[in-house]
Ligand binder design. Structure first.
Ligand code: ZN
Length: 235
C-alpha cells in the first residue's frame, strides 16, 4: 500500500512461502533454526512480489543503532536495528514475531527508514534514533509519515511488575495491564509517543496483535517459530 506519495509499505504474514512447520510457510528470519535455503527463497519471493531490486535485512540485536544503506547487506549483515535510504526500489525490512516494525518516510526529501522496536529497543529509543539520523541527512520530521506495524498488544504483553516499572520510567506511555489484570507493556503506545516527541504528527498503525493473530508469527505464542517483516521502499 501507499504510505505517502511515492512511498510504499507492506507487511508480510505467514502465508506464501516454502518453509515447513513450525516455520511454515513464509519465514523471513535468518537465525531462527529454519532451513537457510528456504529463508533465502522466501526472501527472494517477497522481493519479486513487491517488484523491488533488493531488500535490506539487518542482524537485529535490540539496540538503538542506525545506519544509512544503499545496498542489501548480503549474508553477514551488521548488528543494527534501524536503517534508512534515499535509493529508489530498495526495500528496508524490520523482522518481527511480536516486536513492532517502525516504518517512516519523508516523501519530499525522498527518504525512508525502518526500525525494529521491541521491548529493549523501545526502552533504548530506536524510533527516536532513526528519526534523528534521517533528520541529520536532510529529512524533516514535520513532513514525515510513520506506520507502526503489528506487535504484541498492551492487553496481551504480560511482563514482570519490575520490568513494567523500569520501562515506563523511561517511556511512560508503555505502562499497561493485561486483559487478565496483570502487569503489561504497550509498546505501540510508547513508540507512537516517541515518534510524536520527535516531531512526526502523522503516525498510523497496523494495530494487529501478533499474539492474537494466527496469520502472523508470534514468539510469545509459538517457539520455535518464524519471523514476518514490515517493509518500506521508494517507488
Ligand atoms: Zn493482544
Amino acid at each position: 500500500m501507499e504510505l505517502a506519495p511515492g512511498v510504499r509499505v507492506a507487511v508480510t504474514d505467514r502465508h506464501g512461502g516454502i518453509s515447513v512447520p513450525p516455520y511454515g510457510s513464509r519465514n523471513l528470519g535468518g537465525m531462527v533454526g529454519d532451513d537457510p535455503e528456504a529463508v533465502r527463497a522466501n526472501r527472494a519471493g517477497v522481493a519479486a512480489e513487491l517488484g523491488v531490486r533488493g531488500i535490506v535485512f539487518m542482524r537485529q540485536v535490540h539496540s538503538a543503532d542506525v545506519a544509512y544503506v544503499s545496498e542489501p547487506f548480503g549474508d553477514d549483515p551488521p548488528a543494527l536495528d534501524g536503517v534508512f535510504t534515499t535509493e529508489p526500489g530498495l526495500a528496508l525490512a524490520s523482522l518481527g514475531a511480536d516486536c513492532p516494525a517502525v516504518l517512516v518516510a519523508d516523501p519530499v526529501a525522498r527518504m525512508v527508514g525502518a526500525a525494529h522496536s521491541g521491548r529493549p529497543g523501545t526502552e533504548a529509543g530506536i524510533a527516536t534514533a532513526l528519526v534523528a539520523a534521517m533528520a541529520a541527512k536532510g529529512a524533516a520530521p514535520g513532513r514525515m509519515v510513520a506506520l507502526v506495524g503489528p506487535g504484541a498488544c498492551g492487553r496481551c504483553y504480560e511482563v514482570p511488575a519490575e520490568l513494567r516499572e523500569r520501562v515506563a520510567a523511561r517511556v511512560p506511555e508503555t505502562w499497561s495491564t493485561t486483559s487478565w489484570q496483570t502487569p503489561a507493556l504497550d509498546l505501540r503506545a510508547g513508540i507512537e509517543a516517541q515518534l510524536r516527541a520527535a516531531g512526526i504528527q502523522d503516525v498510523r498503525h497496523d494495530a494487529r496483535c501478533t499474539i492474537e493473530s494466527a496469520e502472523l508469527y508470534s514468539h510469545r505464542r509459538e517457539q520455535p517459530g518464524g519471523r514476518f517483516a514490515g517493509l518500506i521502499w521508494l517507488a
